[in-house]
Design a protein around this ligand. Sequence first.
Ligand code: ADP
Ligand code: GN1
Ligand code: MG
Length: 368
Amino acid sequence: MKKNYNFMEVTKHFKFAGDFIEANPYGFGHINDTYAAYFRKNDNKVHRYILQRINHNVFKEPEKLMENIERVTTYLRGKVIESNGDPERETLNIIPTVDGKSFYKDEEGNYWRGYIFIEGAKTYQVVENLNHFYNAGKAFGKFQKLLRGFPAEQLHETIPNFHNTPKRFEDFMEALNNDKCNRAKDVKKEIDFVINRKEDTAVLMNLLKEGKIPLRVTHNDTKFNNVMIDDVTGEGICVIDLDTVMPGLSLYDFGDSIRSGANPAAEDEKDLSKVTIDLDLYTHFAKGFLEAVGEFLTPTEIEYLPFSAKLMTFECGIRFLTDHLNGDTYFKIHREGHNLDRARTQFKMVADMEEKHDEMMEITQKLK
Ligand code: ADP
Ligand code: GN1
Ligand code: MG
């Protein structure tokens, strides 16, 4: 992350209340540059906002991305107000620029946006408490339910083919053939792991093509650290990181949450003996998710929930390994081999899910 942005100058373009004090890097996202920006108001009290530099290498059309976020947050805000919730905490709120836009483009071509800082809640990198994960299931399920009436045709595709796993496989093969950084020779085991499972990649895409599962408006990046957990109640108070809200499958959202939260170890854990799919965690998330969406998920969607967890984990592992082969150009890394370590945890999870497939099926059927 570049550190020498002129935050005083950037923040001046937004309707942030108070006098700017400082901005510090914040959170653990892999994509955008996120900062907590501190301001002093007239009463001398200090408060903060979220300031983000959108990653325009990943999101090629930030204007369209922000149009999506404006539409989705406006829609969600209406729903929260309807149910007497707190619209400043239960959805993201864009802070407009002084000229009324949803983002500011600086002279170097960086895109900046501001959000209300949701206080009294946190995101976690690893699940610390079963109840939190149950509540995350409810929150992501509720998110999908709230967006059922949202006009999908209004959404731009911010990253084309985002969960097109066969395409992710093709991109991996291309990276392997190019082998730009001469890294393939050191990751033969991982390469074989991917190639041996090629057939899995098309399963959900085929169900969709055959009309067996519906396209919905989904979040598509339902990592556990993309839901804010209330410090007092432990509820999943707000789903954040709305950059990839697009038409998608309910199964993507379920699967990606299991990928990120049902592993009791970190996503980049080097000691693979710690990496597993914890069935207790799986059960808690599935219970929360099904309680929120059970009434509208089809039997086929429910049948494929365990498979979706495996596929989303496999897809993410493919993406990490592809980025390792390409020289780490997509995900932020913080050490050498970081993407490879991440790919390895994902593949360990996939192998574990293959072993525990029957148990996962049984748990899911009991919960439905
Ligand atoms: P990325 O796309 O890089 O993952 P996120 O939008 O998820 O970026 O933000 C990174 C982190 O910043 C989140 O995991 C969360 O901890 C924190 N964060 C983001 N938005 C807010 C907000 N409105 N209030 C409080 N914290 C936030
Ligand atoms: C990225 O932005 P973040 O850190 O919430 C990525 C997800 C991956 C995840 C893996 C836009 O999520 O797709 O599953 O890393 N987001 C994008 O940790 O590519
Ligand atoms: Mg995030």
